[in-house]
Design a protein around this ligand. Structure first.
Ligand code: HSE
Length: 440
């Protein structure tokens, strides 16, 4: 009979507590699936006294993560503390060096130190599993690393942050403010400890960098990701998107191009009829496009205790079963440097919202600046000034008028230079709002 897998967990927040609870409640089913027992033998967290709603009797309390990582009575070290550096980093390193298996949900750490940790794991022979780092319950790491090991991948993209999708969904459907929706996402345990990681796009960038490495066999390169968050998205953009047949989503996109691998995170207008536009609330979706496969899309809960715990336990189950794959699907020494495609060369359509001065010739000036750079306009809508007033004309001044443009495909460089020219012409006030369009 095989001895039970002895698990030590560092970090008992929303996810850690859920992992302990699930192993307690479903231990027999899990053992049957793995062909051996899985037992949590030691835990640690910042506060021992905190009420977590889990039964910790019979489980040793360690003084810190490092103590678990070096404990000879632990086979599998599970890191659920978070943070891109110490104490998580040192503890994982120590666990790998002592030949333990490691499971982590820490995307920040894998995005920054994944390559180094993969080399240590390979040298000492223990697996390093991190399914929960991307898309919570969605088994996308396993899909890329194992299920698609025989496929050349051209593009991987999707909605990778539950908090942002939850906020955009509620803002659109219920007309709520950004701040109200963010507060609810925090209350529900979706958001990061510092929610600016979510709303400024960095959480998505970390996940995308990991997926790109798995998809293209490149070294994880978070610094190669172009990042924009959702905090500039205004209710009028969501309304305009709906009127024009689009919906706004924060997408992460990694794609092979002629100039290298383009990795970008930004709010994106997607056609309302597309499948990605139907993904609402905290749900994530990842689409993988490759040679010989029509796109494969995985959809599921992308944040929250139970969803993340599901992936952590699946990784523990792999350890218990003795399944081991190289952390990035191939030997770390064979991962290539990322050739970064410059964002200025990005090609696609754009949504542009300008506050145009209500003066004769403004529309013509804007159209000229775009035409000079060979940018064709698919549609242009000029909103009427507020009809409940005189638009400010009574005092001789007119208020700026929102103008919304949709362009045909162009490149980022041309679009930015056209908007700079329009600003220099002083026919608009404030900064233009620009949202990239992704048609398929
Ligand atoms: N804050 C993350 C999200 C948690 O909202 O998607 C899951 O990684």
């Amino acid at each position: 009979m095989v001895a039970p897998l002895r698990v030590g967990i560092a970090g008992l927040g929303t996810v850690g507590a859920e992992v302990v609870r699930t192993i307690e409640q479903q231990g027999r089913v899990l053992s049957a699936r793995c062909g051996r027992g899985v037992r949590v033998v030691v835990v640690t967290a910042r506060s021992k006294a905190k009420k977590r709603g889990v039964d910790l009797r019979g489980i040793t309390w360690a003084k810190n993560a490092l103590a678990i990582a070096t404990d000879p009575n632990v086979d599998c070290f599970v890191e659920l503390m978070g943070g891109a550096g110490d104490p998580a980093l040192s503890a994982i390193e120590a666990a790998l060096k002592s030949g333990k298996s490691v499971v982590t949900a820490n995307k920040a750490l894998i995005a920054r130190h994944g390559l180094r940790l993969a080399k240590i794991a390979e040298k000492h022979g223990g697996p390093l599993n991190y399914e929960a780092a991307v898309g919570a319950a969605i088994p996308v790491v396993k899909t890329l690393r194992e299920g698609l090991a025989g496929t050349d991948i051209d593009r991987v993209y999707g909605i990778l942050n539950g908090t942002c999708n939850y906020i955009l969904t509620r803002m659109e459907q219920e007309g709520l403010s950004f701040a109200e929706c963010l507060k609810d996402a925090q209350r529900l345990g979706y958001a990061e400890a510092n929610p600016s990681f979510d709303v400024d796009g960095h959480d998505t960038a970390q996940k995308l960098a990991i997926l790109a490495s798995l998809a293209f066999g490149t070294k994880v390169a978070q610094s190669a990701v172009y990042v924009e968050g959702i905090s500039s998205i205004a209710p009028e953009d969501l309304r305009a998107a709906a009127e024009l047949g689009y919906r706004v989503k924060l997408l992460g996109v990694a794609v092979r191009t002629k100039t290298g691998i383009e990795q970008r995170v930004h709010p994106t207008m997607v056609p309302r009829s597309s499948s990605i536009a139907q993904v609402m609330g905290v749900t994530n979706a990842v689409t993988i496009d490759g040679q010989g496969i029509s796109p494969i899309t995985l959809v599921g809960p992308g944040a929250g205790g139970a969803a993340t715990a599901s992936a952590v336990i699946a990784d523990i189950a792999d350890v218990a079963r003795g399944i081991q794959v190289k952390p990035f699907g191939r030997p770390a020494a064979r991962l290539r440097a990322t050739r970064k495609a410059p964002m200025e060369r990005h090609e696609g359509g754009y949504y542009i919202r300008l506050m145009a001065r209500d003066l004769t010739g403004t529309a013509a000036t804007i159209a000229t600046r775009l035409a000079e750079r060979k940018i064709s306009i698919e549609s242009i809508v000029q909103r009427h000034p507020d009809r409940s007033s005189d638009g400010g004309r009574a005092n001789g001044k007119s208020s700026p008028v929102p103008v919304i443009l949709i362009t045909y495909a162009t490149n980022e460089d041309a679009m930015r230079s056209a908007l700079q020219a329009v600003q220099r012409d002083k026919v608009i006030s404030g900064r233009p709002q620009v949202i990239r369009i992704e048609k398929n």
